[in-house]
Write a protein that binds this ligand. Structure first.
Ligand code: SAM
Length: 269
């Protein structure tokens, strides 16, 4: 993408995250996501499972130089990374997010946060042993350009831990297609397609993957049936287990899901 066009999109994205101003359609989608989906996540323990999985993928951080890409003000694992790694750098487009995180990092040795565009020439740091990108890789339209930049920034054998939305399940693709023309953040929201996944799988070694909210997303509809709360939660948990286990090896099970976590390693050339 031409750098002028990217600067424009980045400026709008920065504004979006700094002000959190959303139009009616985007607020409706957030309502669905924060309502029905968050309820399933809470019932099934999806979030806890993802964070524990990511921690296990990080491994021993004591000798690692870590990039928290698109950190905004930092999520639950940002502090963990900052406190346990040899060196931690968080970067984001948003000054508001970075100021917030910088204040929290003041007393953490070897940790800092900077306003920076990952793709820009000004970003000169490299040799990262780990790049953590939670909810970030799907913000780049040109996946080949992103893969090349990630590769350039990783140390030899360096790895990436990512988490992103998928648009591969038919009902989700349908809802997203209807919603897209009205979406406030459509210029920088590119949920993974099958093609995106295979681009990453070609560019890196996928060491492990897990996806969530495949069968489990349907548990939202059990609320409309005459089923007890206990039974609904039991079913949601069982479906989440199936998604978690099956997405490891079955592409079909993975593509039926709504979110994907990837543990990737730089290829040795
Ligand atoms: C969905 S938010 C995720 C924030 C954070 N990782 C978390 O888990 O809460 C995506 C973030 O990616 C950042 N971002 C998008 N493109 C970027 C780029 N080119 N360079 C740096 N940050 C970027 C955005 O500013 C935004 O804060």
């Amino acid at each position: 993408m031409k750098s002028e066009k990217r600067k424009l999109i980045n400026a709008r994205q920065k504004e979006f995250y700094d002000t959190k101003q959303k139009n009616a359609a985007t607020r409706l989608w957030s309502y669905f996501r924060n309502g029905a989906l968050n309820r399933i996540k809470k019932d099934t323990g999806v979030e806890r499972d993802i964070y524990e999985l990511h921690k296990s993928w990080f491994g021993d951080l004591s000798q690692k130089k870590v990039l928290d890409l698109g950190c905004y003000a930092g999520n639950s694992l940002s502090s963990y990374l900052a406190q346990n790694s040899k060196e931690y750098l968080g970067i984001d487009l948003s000054p508001k997010g970075i100021n917030n995180l910088s204040r929290r990092l003041e007393k953490v040795p070897g940790a800092r946060a900077e306003v920076m565009d990952f793709l820009s020439e000004e970003f000169r740091e490299k040799d990262f042993d780990l790049i953590y990108a939670y909810g970030v890789l799907h913000h780049f339209k040109d996946v080949d350009e992103l893969i090349a930049k990630l590769e350039e920034k990783l140390s030899k054998n360096g790895s990436i831990v990512s988490h992103d939305p998928l648009q591969t399940s038919l009902p989700i693709k349908f809802i997203r297609t209807i919603y897209r023309p009205f979406q406030s953040d459509k210029a920088w929201e590119w949920p993974f397609s099958k093609k995106t996944y295979y681009q990453f799988a070609k560019g890196f070694v996928v060491k492990e993957r897990r996806a969530v909210l495949g069968k489990a997303k349907w548990s939202a509809f059990i609320s409309f049936l005459p089923v007890s709360e206990e039974k609904r939660i039991q079913k949601a948990k069982a479906w989440h287990r199936d998604d978690w286990e099956n997405s490891l090896n079955s592409d079909k099970a993975m593509f039926d899901c709504m979110h994907l976590s990837l543990f990737m390693q730089k290829k040795s050339h």
